[in-house]
Write a protein that binds this ligand. Structure first.
Ligand SMILES: *[C@@H]1O[C@H](CO)[C@@H](O)[C@H](O)[C@H]1NC(C)=O
Ligand SMILES: *[C@@H]1O[C@H](CO)[C@@H](O)[C@H](O)[C@H]1NC(C)=O
Ligand SMILES: *[C@@H]1O[C@H](CO)[C@@H](O)[C@H](O)[C@H]1NC(C)=O
Ligand SMILES: *[C@@H]1O[C@H](CO)[C@@H](O)[C@H](O)[C@H]1NC(C)=O
Ligand SMILES: *[C@@H]1O[C@H](CO)[C@@H](O)[C@H](O)[C@H]1NC(C)=O
Ligand SMILES: *[C@@H]1O[C@H](CO)[C@@H](O)[C@H](O)[C@H]1NC(C)=O
Ligand SMILES: *[C@@H]1O[C@H](CO)[C@@H](O)[C@H](O)[C@H]1NC(C)=O
Ligand SMILES: *[C@@H]1O[C@H](CO)[C@@H](O)[C@H](O)[C@H]1NC(C)=O
Ligand SMILES: *[C@@H]1O[C@H](CO)[C@@H](O)[C@H](O)[C@H]1NC(C)=O
Ligand SMILES: *[C@@H]1O[C@H](CO)[C@@H](O)[C@H](O)[C@H]1NC(C)=O
Ligand SMILES: *[C@@H]1O[C@H](CO)[C@@H](O)[C@H](O)[C@H]1NC(C)=O
Length: 580
């Protein structure tokens, strides 16, 4: 015990020292590397008449009074402070695109009067710092794209006035950390992209979970420098991506409300899932798993990917957990050093429909070893060394629901393989494999095309795609859609190849949304009374909170409404700014 404590302290000190010594130089390196990349990229626009020019009122040339202004790919070097004077006098710009320019600095005057701006695209510039007042006027901004810059510093209050912000992209910058409470006032945030930075740790309090309007739909922390799993206080995160970091243990202290966790391509040897027991989708592939606990309590888990780990190190955990996950539909054990010697008794489940055993070391596989997975519909055995599928004539009996089996890229003897395929032909089971992918007298006849992309019926990509469609319909629908997806997925038991049919269903679903909105109205009526009580209670809580910290806190905010529920009006903010 003492030993571990001492070790931890020593480790921490070493960590801090190395951080202190490495961080600045690495930050500089990042900045100069990304600056070079930007320069190269911009060469294409060097011939623009505005190359290295000032963006002024004249260059803007707003004769048509457009509300959407595209000034991207011009090579502007600076935005003249005077620019703001053209907006304001009854003239509004909702969308401003400044992507692919050479902007290096913005100040508090740059966007001073752009009160109506809803979308601002500053991606692919050379910004390094976002200071407190840079976006101090953009109270209606919904979407802010700062990706592909050189940002290493975000001041603590950089986003404090962005009350309406829903989507923030800081991808591909040089951030090392964020300030505590960085998103405290951004109660509508649903998408935060921070991938491809230098992030090594995050303060636990970034958001204000009490007043956040909705779940965070996506938080992307992939391709950073995390060595420990960060804990982030929020209402709920639908999709947390933290793949391609250097995390070694997946463990957090408090319950972490994440529905889909993508933590593949780290160095995780110890995974403690007890605090993630609400997750539906976990990708732990390409790690170094030695121990995995808490699996048996994951009673909402539908998708589990443990590919490219050495299963013999955690087969004990697996053996006693998998069968206890009642909702598990897809299990992937690709490239897990599985063979006929360690598969026996390993897998049992009443719910798994899709099982991926490709890229393992099977030479012979006894069908009976998988017989405790009776609901199986799709089995992939591609890329093994199979010569024999023992008792294949029992496939139809052991797996009454099996629809598809993939056997490509193995070592089949053609005579044997013909018999196997003939058997499959007599059953309801289809094969995606090329029947000539086999050996005659030691000579390989032909390769297969791998036609079956192993995709679970229900992936985050589906949801993501449809979320985009739905975003315009109002954000509350997202919850309903999510519930609906789960239902559809539960009902549909088709295999991966029936994706098109599923797509059809998804389209129907989109139409159903209209009806859903009607239902919503009905629900709202029912909840009105409850809401009233809640509002009174909430009001009381708020007053207490107000007394507690006295910070101005926006509680409700409607796009284009002129005031916030705490009495701050747009005019107040404008006045604030002009005195600043
Ligand atoms: C642009 O706006 C100005 C001032 O609001 C107005 O006088 C002018 O007619 C508008 N021009 C067009 C083309 O709409
Ligand atoms: C910003 O502009 C870039 C380049 O045109 C584009 O790829 C990106 O999607 C834009 N961002 C948003 C949020 O529209
Ligand atoms: C930005 O705001 C933070 C927090 O209020 C403050 O500590 C910092 O000094 C401010 N930065 C500048 C440049 O004013
Ligand atoms: C968990 O809590 C312990 C003690 O409270 C602390 O030492 C440790 O760093 C925490 N771990 C994480 C991952 O936050
Ligand atoms: C298979 O897993 C090993 C580690 O167990 C990994 O090094 C290797 O890259 C993986 N191979 C593929 C093709 O993913
Ligand atoms: C997997 O682990 C077993 C036993 O620990 C070992 O014999 C085997 O070499 C490992 N396989 C790989 C690919 O590392
Ligand atoms: C296949 O497994 C079953 C059940 O474990 C066993 O009875 C049978 O002998 C095995 N067949 C071969 C050829 O090993
Ligand atoms: C291929 O399989 C057939 C039938 O199982 C067997 O008779 C034959 O000897 C095998 N050939 C080779 C080269 O293994
Ligand atoms: C099954 O066998 C029949 C007759 O031998 C053949 O016409 C048919 O194409 C085969 N079907 C498949 C899926 O291989
Ligand atoms: C395979 O070998 C057997 C016996 O040596 C021979 O009769 C047969 O023609 C060979 N088949 C092919 C396709 O070469
Ligand atoms: C799959 O669906 C069909 C009809 O839609 C049903 O008869 C069958 O029992 C289902 N299979 C499973 C494993 O639920």
């Amino acid at each position: 015990m003492q030993f571990t404590v001492r070790c931890t302290i020593a480790y921490l000190c070493a960590g801090i020292v190395s951080l202190l010594s490495v961080a600045p130089s690495r930050g500089d390196e990042c900045v100069s590397m990304k600056r070079d990349r930007h320069r190269t990229l911009m060469e294409e626009y060097r011939h623009s008449p505005n190359w290295d020019g000032f963006l002024t009122e004249d260059t803007l040339n707003l004769r048509q009074n457009e509300t959407e202004v595209d000034l991207s790919r011009q090579g502007f070097k600076e935005v003249h402070w005077h620019l703001s004077s053209i907006v304001g006098d009854g003239y509004e710009i909702f969308e401003l695109n400044l992507a692919f320019n050479n902007l290096e600095e913005l100040n508090e005057l740059t966007f001073l009067k752009f009160y109506s701006l809803e979308t601002l695209n500053l991606s692919n510039n050379r910004l390094q710092t976002i200071s407190n007042l840079t976006f101090g006027s953009l109270i209606r901004l919904v979407e802010l794209d700062l990706s592909f810059n050189l940002i290493h510093t975000l001041e603590r209050q950089a986003f404090d006035r962005l009350y309406a912000l829903e989507s923030l992209s800081l991808r591909e910058n040089c951030l090392v950390t964020l300030a505590p409470n960085q998103f405290h006032f951004n109660d509508h945030l649903s998408s935060v992209l921070l991938d491809h930075n230098q992030l090594a740790f995050l303060p636990p309090i970034l958001f204000d979970p009490i007043t956040m309007v909705d779940e965070i739909y996506e938080l992307d922390l992939s391709d950073n420098n995390f060595r420990r799993m960060p804990y982030i206080e929020t209402k709920e995160i639908a999709l947390l991506k933290i793949d391609n970091n250097h995390i070694e243990t997946l463990t957090v202290n408090k319950s972490f409300n994440v529905r889909a966790l993508q933590i593949q391509h780290n160095n995780i040897y110890d995974a403690d899932l007890f605090k993630f027991n609400r997750a539906e989708h976990i990708d732990l592939s390409h790690n170094n798993l030695d121990n995995i606990v808490g699996l048996h309590e994951m009673n909402q888990l539908e998708y589990l990917d443990l590919s490219s780990n050495n299963v013999s190190k955690f087969d004990y955990n697996l053996k006693y957990s998998i069968r206890n996950i009642p909702s598990l539909v897809t299990l992937r054990l690709q490239n897990c050093s599985l063979s006929e010697h360690n598969i026996g008794g390993l897998l049992a489940s009443d719910s798994i429909l899709n099982l991926d055993l490709s890229q393992n070391n099977f030479v012979r596989l006894n069908v009976s070893d998988l017989s405790r997975m009776r609901s199986l519909q799709y089995l992939s055995l591609n890329f093994n060394y199979l010569r024999e599928l023992i008792s294949y004539e029992r496939l139809g009996h052991e797996f009454p629901f099996l629809e598809l089996v993939s056997l490509s890229f193995n070592r089949w003897n053609c005579t044997y393989y013909d018999q196997l395929n003939a058997y499959l032909n007599r059953t309801h089971i289809r094969s995606t494999s090329d029947p000539r992918d086999c050996y005659i007298n030691g000579t390989h006849v032909t390769d297969s095309y791998v036609t079956d992309a192993f995709e679970p019926q229900y992936t985050m990509n589906h949801i993501k795609r449809d979320m985009t469609v739905l975003r315009n319909l109002g954000r509350n629908t997202i919850y309903f859609m999510y519930a609906l997806f789960s239902t559809i997925r539960g009902q549909g038991n088709e295999t991966a190849l029936h994706q098109q049919r599923l797509d059809g269903q998804l389209h129907d679903l989109e139409r159903d949304v209209d009806r859903l909105l009607g239902m919503l109205a009905f629900l709202v009526a029912i909840f009105a009374a409850v809401l009233f009580v809640a509002v009174v209670y909430g009001g009381w809580r708020l007053v207490r909170k107000w007394q507690h910290d006295r910070t101005v806190k926006v509680v409700t905010y409607n796009k284009r409404a002129n005031e916030f529920s705490n009495g701050v009006t747009v005019n107040d903010v404008i006045r604030d700014n002009s005195t600043a």
